[in-house]
Design a protein around this ligand. Structure first.
Ligand code: PLP
Length: 392
């Protein structure tokens, strides 16, 4: 395999990086979900060529990006989608919020329950923008806690059934941020059945799907389970996590049902900016990629995950997908977790942000020298008074 020199450390502070400019200098950031490695050389070269053209005007959606995406879905997931099912948006978070507005206000599936239905089913802990969508759209979050079962975080389907009453939307994150779960076909089937039973629209954020670390597992787009579930699903994709181009905002919503799609387009109308030509190009190149860059990156991330697990031990479950470790620090009884970790030189995401205090999320998408320094700090920060962690 090509040596992509993922160990190389770059100074990101001069680039106004969200990740590197939040905490004081000297604190190593392992929070927001972007990686500290360069995007693939083939992608950077093509972006440079595009810049050399010199004109960066408004752009329509290039047919080549549509073709690349459709082929990618077909090749990786055996999902045949039609070009007209796609709605382009400048980010998955935009998609989460548009999906919510679509479900709450839309004419589709829910016409008979429109005025009554405000509920949004959200398993948590979850990527924090999920927890804001209800407030943004006048809905009501019906939250259900994931449960740790051995080495995995799983859904509590009895509780989800309770949450689904008086709801119109289920918000799935798969692979799951922050727990790193990659849901099995059986689990997805249960979610699909719940949505069908309660007549819910299913929003599925699958942005992390190229980042499967567990070699035994495969990502399954929930919409591929059946035509019935496909027809009530809004699936959100973007290659920006896997190819580390999240600053080049671009995502796509796959909405097979024409009425649901119309409602989504209506929610988007006039509010959501277009996508930049560079962002479209980066997506097209990522979805067309046949090189060994992503396999090499996945191997590197697997190595990083093992190193994190060596330090965090039973506090974390193995990361099946994503580059995010969800670490239990409840036993430390930290009154101010942020200060505790910053005092140890670590900038982390705190559990409360995801709806689960007492945990931290550690982003291990970084070169090994940075990781090594961070893990030494983490080991010190995790040393509880008696030096022994007991999962509760
Ligand atoms: C699950 C998930 N969805 C969406 C996003 C953000 O996507 P975007 O930058 O396209 O809005 C992230 C970024 O961390 C994420 O982890």
């Amino acid at each position: 395999m090509t040596d992509y020199r993922f160990d190389q450390v770059f100074d990101r502070r001069p680039t106004s990086s969200t990740k590197w400019n939040k905490f004081p200098e000297g604190v190593l950031p392992f929070w927001v979900a972007d990686m500290d490695m360069r995007a693939p050389p083939f992608l950077l070269d093509r972006l440079k060529q595009r810049i050399d053209h010199g004109i960066l005007g408004y752009t329509v959606t290039p047919p080549t990006v549509v073709e690349a995406f459709i082929r990618w879905l077909e090749v990786h997931y055996r999902w045949s989608v039609q070009p007209e099912w796609l709605v382009w948006i400048p980010g998955v978070v935009t998609g989460l919020n548009l999906a919510t507005r679509t479900a709450l206000a839309g004419e589709s599936l829910h016409q008979s329950r429109r005025s009554a239905c405000r509920g949004i089913v959200i398993p948590r802990p979850v990527y924090y923008p999920f927890l804001d969508v209800a407030e943004n759209s006048g809905g009501e979050s019906h939250l259900s806690d994931l449960v740790r079962s051995g080495q995995q975080w799983i859904m509590d389907f009895d509780d989800l059934d309770r949450c689904a009453k008086d709801s119109c939307l289920f918000m799935l994150c798969n692979p799951q941020n922050p727990t790193g779960r990659v849901y099995t076909r059986v689990e997805l089937q249960q979610i699909a059945e719940l949505c069908l039973r309660h007549n819910l629209i299913l929003m599925s954020d699958e942005i992390h799907c190229p980042l499967i670390l567990d070699r035994e597992l495969q990502h399954v787009p929930v919409a591929t389970l059946s035509r019935e579930i496909e027809a009530r699903t809004i699936t959100l994709f973007s290659p920006t996590k896997a190819y580390n181009t999240p600053g080049l905002s671009c995502a796509v919503a796959v909405i097979p049902d024409p009425v649901l799609r119309q409602d989504f387009l209506h929610a988007r109308a006039g509010l959501v900016p277009g996508i930049s030509p560079l962002a479209y190009l980066a997506c097209e190149l990522a979805w067309s990629d046949r090189s060994d860059w992503l396999p090499a990156m996945l191997d590197y991330l697997r190595g990083n995950e093992q190193r994190v697990r060596t330090v965090a031990g039973a506090r974390m479950t193995p990361v099946e997908g994503t580059y995010l470790a969800w670490i239990d620090v409840r036993d430390l009884n930290l009154a101010d977790a942020e200060t505790h970790f910053v005092n140890h030189g670590l900038g982390l995401s705190l559990g409360e942000q995801f709806g689960r205090p007492g945990f931290i999320r550690f982003n291990f998408g970084c070169p090994r020298p940075t990781l090594q320094a961070g893990l030494e700090r983490l080991a010190a920060a995790l040393s509880s008074p008696d030096g022994v962690f007991r999962p509760t």
